[in-house]
Design a protein around this ligand. Structure first.
Ligand SMILES: N[C@@H](CCC(=O)N[C@@H](CS)C(=O)NCC(=O)O)C(=O)O
Length: 245
């Protein structure tokens, strides 16, 4: 059996899938791609969109983190990622969808807006897990990389401010949920908690996440300030990650 994960190391949606694979004890081979250069290889695989993560299980191709988690639970039912009860399952999937649709894009817009202003910080994150010369290529072409990424993901000061607001609201909602009970749904860890932990991971930068996170002093000041302000709301999510990743 061969399981390959096409990904960017920095992708927090890929982190959902890495975590799910590790949680189920499935051996896999990561295929680390450089953003930009990924389009051709992913389109050739999926015949559709260019987004990662994409899973290849013995030639079966699945694109999208939620679809991959569905597939993993069907193909590898040990250690299920969602509860059996239909009600609880519905709640878990609703949390996941909300986080996928809101938290994922908001974190990306907010962090990249500031990190793209620091090429020395962002280039090692973008090129993580790929050959060293990609860092040189990205450095030489950085103004174009910055321009393309901002255009592609609609990143600017206004969208970063909106994303920051959205994050603040979501973090408060998650913190409130974790104050009531140890998991987002019921009394067991599920893909709802996994999604919160994986998508919010750039806010607490865990060591298991396979990228060279910047030293705290290198993090742009506006990001440092918000991380300090959100510290209490981030803490329960970091704890879920620490205890279950
Ligand atoms: N809903 C998708 C979102 C995936 C996504 O946004 N992936 C980004 C990286 S974090 C990507 O591949 N962007 C490049 C592209 O779409 O070509 C999922 O859950 O997998």
């Amino acid at each position: 059996m061969t399981v390959k994960l096409y990904q960017f190391c920095i992708s927090h949606y890929a982190e959902k899938v890495r975590w799910a694979l590790d949680y189920k004890g499935i051996n896999y081979q990561p295929v680390n791609l450089l953003p930009g250069q990924h389009v051709k290889s992913i389109r050739a695989l999926t015949k559709a969109e260019s987004s990662v993560p994409v899973l290849d299980h013995d030639g079966q191709i699945i694109q999208g983190s939620a679809q991959i988690l569905d597939y993993l639970d069907q193909a590898f039912p040990e250690r299920p990622l969602a509860p059996e009860s239909p009600d609880a399952r519905e709640q878990v999937l609703a949390w996941e969808k909300k986080l996928d649709d809101l938290a994922g894009p908001a974190i990306r817009t907010w962090i990249y807006h500031y990190f793209l202003q620091r090429p020395k910080v962002v280039i090692p994150l973008l090129a993580a897990g790929t050959p060293f010369y990609n860092r040189i290529i990205l450095s030489l072409a950085f103004s174009r990389v910055d321009e393309i990424m901002r255009k592609w993901m609609k990143i600017n000061q206004a969208t970063a401010d909106t994303a920051q607001q959205a994050l603040e609201t979501l973090l408060a909602e998650l913190a409130e949920a974790y104050r009531q009970q140890p998991y987002l749904v019921g009394d067991q860890f599920s893909r709802a908690d996994l999604t919160a932990g994986a998508l919010m991971a750039p806010l607490f930068q865990p060591p298991q996440y396979p990228v060279p996170w910047p030293k705290p002093v290198k993090i742009p000041k506006p990001v440092q300030a918000m991380l300090a302000q959100w510290q209490d709301d981030i803490a329960p999510i970091a704890e879920i990650y620490r205890n279950n990743r």
